[in-house]
Write a protein that binds this ligand. Structure first.
Ligand code: PLP
Length: 194
């Protein structure tokens, strides 16, 4: 692979026609993988997360960056099942719109059995707090499962917080999707777990 550097300003304009034309002039025909890999094929791939779950459930939760994983999951839900996306980005009001757009493009504009939780970002993307680290360490001690500080830690923190607040009816069956990402903990000395 050859990596080509793009500065922040150019990256911000990455979907503009001018930038795409530049890419074409420089590299010829190319396949554009959007940020987060969030295209329609990704939605089909993420739908398989649901078909791989072999226990009955009412609610499914997932951490959201671009929202494509959530959108893919939603496409595979039964009407009575509900998905909750936990945004790891601050001020991510646009995320619900993005997920709606992805679903619409996928022909599933009528899917309303999902919502976003925007209060568990801990200050923004990859921002953390001692409370989050403590939660992740306790989760590992209690369940033997490692969480990362950027995505799954925030989602599980939010989910446990909602459960504590009584947001779910007693007996609700919840599947929380662990999306991986623990390699990112290498950047957080607070999370060197044994
Ligand atoms: C570990 C992990 N979980 C969740 C996500 C969020 O995925 P999406 O961008 O589809 O919302 C990502 C995205 O990079 C991730 O790395």
């Amino acid at each position: 692979m050859q990596l080509v550097y793009v500065d922040r300003k150019t990256y911000r304009d990455k979907t503009s026609t001018a930038f795409l034309e530049q890419l074409h002039n420089r590299f010829g025909d190319f396949y554009l993988l959007p940020e987060g890999g969030s295209n329609q094929l990704a939605l089909s791939g993420c739908a398989e997360i649901v078909t791989d779950i072999h226990v009955p459930f009412d609610v499914i939760t997932v951490a959201c960056g671009t929202g494509a994983t959530l959108a893919g999951i939603v496409t595979a839900l039964k009407v009575r099942q509900h998905a909750i996306g936990f945004s790891v980005l601050k001020g991510a009001d646009f995320l619900s719109k993005d997920v709606t757009n992805m679903l619409t493009e996928y022909g599933r504009q009528s899917a309303h059995n999902w919502h976003m939780e925007n209060s568990y970002h801990f200050g923004g993307y990859a921002k953390t707090s001692p409370e989050l680290f403590a939660f992740i360490r306790k989760f590992k001690a209690d369940f033997g499962i490692e969480l990362d500080a950027v995505y799954t830690g925030k989602m599980f923190y939010g989910l446990f917080n909602l459960i504590g607040k009584g947001a779910f009816k007693r007996g609700t069956r919840i599947v929380a999707v662990h999306t991986g990402g623990i390699q990112g903990n290498a950047g957080f000395p607070e999370l060197i777990l044994d």
